[in-house]
Design a protein around this ligand. Structure first.
Ligand code: HEC
Ligand code: HEC
Length: 415
């Protein structure tokens, strides 16, 4: 057991101030550090569909973006307090979309809303007010600078730095990890939706200047449209997946959101037409990508490759940091199996031990030996799959077999 990182193991274990073997890391449920009734993960079947730009273009994300995916998903990114509670960027911005069921009683007034400056959430940044906001989707975020509801941050880098250091009170990310985190966010594309179409006259005259359409991004300026806050007009493309609407999630339907705009001088017919166009812009054809055991394990293997890359670079210290994040990923899979599936959990726990052995060797400068351990790990994972599948009934994967959407386009009012 290495000495210099007691915090990390404590965080992994969910036990402050206690150092235990790595093998125990995944046994702890982060929910025990959160108020009863908290929900920080979407169910596996309502997992938002993946829309990664390089994949949409027929390729695959590059090395930096793949590392960024791991950083985005890792609770270690947001500092000690968040790590203990299992909160990562992914918890709120699941698969680059919005976690519409995220709830922390005390800090949320409805699912999908959170007050990041509330004592239930952040012991240091309590502003003494209860003002929860709706978690935004990050689809297409590379095109929507500046960032933050009031557009205070010119770049994804400055916004992400602020989230980590200020909103979560974590230590600043090392540059190489921040580069990766930004690269991953730059990969968030829009979901495939309605074919690009030209909205009607009412929309073009009354809405497009602030909201854009499927071809054109709106200019980013802040407005108070009568909802009590100066905010940027959100892009309406694909909005169907992130109901309820408005910064505080107070509008259940697109029509409610439009009704909240002050000073709209539209006839009833124009308003109906503009709403219909907004709904069409907001349509998505495929909303969910249920998480599966095979999918989780494929992603894990990709992340294990990232440790290998650092070992090829003979950077044992970076390999160790990546290894800790990978251990958290192993913990996710572990927790998806019921306690009764002890045999399955036991196999997965061994994976975490092997990662720890490999990164220990890397820290000792034994890079080739460390890579051999990783090769053994891959073989072990492949060999364990049949047993894990056999226990799938005792896991969350069982409930996620059938996707709840039938592939029909959904507009913002169909939940
Ligand atoms: C507890 C939930 C939560 C977590 C965790 C979280 N965010 Fe957010 N995020 C929000 C909320 C709420 C907003 C809207 C607040 C605002 O705009 O000021 C937001 C806004 C953003 C935006 C701005 C979007 C825009 O178009 O203006 C970006 C980018 C972002 N988050 C990235 C991240 C990254 C990167 C992480 C991890 C380092 C992260 N978030 C962690 C809830 C969260
Ligand atoms: C002056 C700029 C402006 C105009 C014009 C405008 N909006 Fe908005 N709209 C906004 C802003 C700003 C928000 C966010 C308000 C909030 O969150 O409090 C918003 C929010 C919305 C939302 C909710 C989006 C979400 O994801 O929460 C919808 C839907 C919407 N507008 C549709 C329309 C339609 C349809 C029209 C034309 C009839 C229109 N808007 C005209 C600025 C504008």
């Amino acid at each position: 057991m290495q000495g210099p990182k007691p915090f990390l193991f404590a965080a992994l274990l969910g036990i402050a101030g206690l150092v235990q073997p790595m093998a125990a890391l995944a046994q702890e449920d982060p929910l025990k550090w959160l108020p009863p009734g908290s929900r920080i993960e979407m169910t596996l079947s309502e997992h938002p569909a993946r829309a990664i730009i390089s994949e949409q273009q027929g390729g695959t994300p590059g090395y930096l973006a793949r590392l960024g995916e791991l950083v985005f998903r890792s609770p270690l990114t947001l500092g000690r307090d968040a790590a203990r509670r299992g909160i990562s960027c992914e918890a709120c911005h699941t698969n680059g979309a919005a976690n519409t069921s995220f709830t922390i009683p005390g800090a949320s007034d409805q699912p999908g809303n959170v007050d990041l400056t509330h004592k239930e959430f952040h012991f240091r940044e309590d502003d003494g007010k209860f003002n929860p906001v709706n978690i935004p989707s990050l689809r297409g975020v590379r095109w929507t600078a500046p960032y933050g509801h009031d557009g205070r941050f010119p770049t994804l880098r400055s916004f992400s730095h602020n989230v980590i250091t200020r909103e979560f009170g974590g230590p600043p990310l090392d540059d190489w990890l921040m580069d990766a985190l930004v690269a991953w966010q730059m990969e968030f594309g829009f979901l495939d939706g309605a074919d690009p179409f030209l909205p009607g006259a009412a929309y073009r005259a009354n809405c497009q200047s602030c909201h854009g359409d499927t071809r054109q991004m709106p200019p980013r300026r802040v407005h108070d449209v009568g909802t009590g806050r100066w905010v940027e007009a959100p892009v309406l493309r694909g909005l169907a997946e992130s109901a309820p609407y408005l910064h505080d999630g107070s509008a259940a339907t697109v029509a409610d959101a439009v009704a909240a705009h002050r000073d709209m001088r539209l006839t009833a017919a124009e308003q109906a037409e503009a709403i219909a166009d907004a709904q069409r812009l907001g349509m998505v054809t495929r909303r969910f990508d249920p998480e599966t055991l095979d999918g989780d394990v494929a992603r894990l293997n990709g992340f294990i490759d990232l440790i290998n890359q650092q070992l090829l670079d003979e950077d044992g210290s970076r390999a160790d940091m990546v290894g800790d994040m990978v251990a958290m990923e192993i913990g996710r899979i572990y927790r998806r199996f019921d306690r009764e599936a002890a045999a399955a959990r036991g196999l997965i726990r061994e994976w975490a031990k092997t990662v720890a052995r490999a990164t220990r060797l890397g820290l000792d400068g034994e890079h080739p030996a460390a890579r051999d351990r990783l090769a053994e790990l891959r073989a072990a994972i492949a060999g364990d799959m049949a047993q894990l599948q056999a226990h799938a009934a005792q896991s969350l994967y069982a409930a996620a077999q059938v996707a709840p959407d039938g592939g029909e386009p959904e507009n913002g009012d169909r939940q």
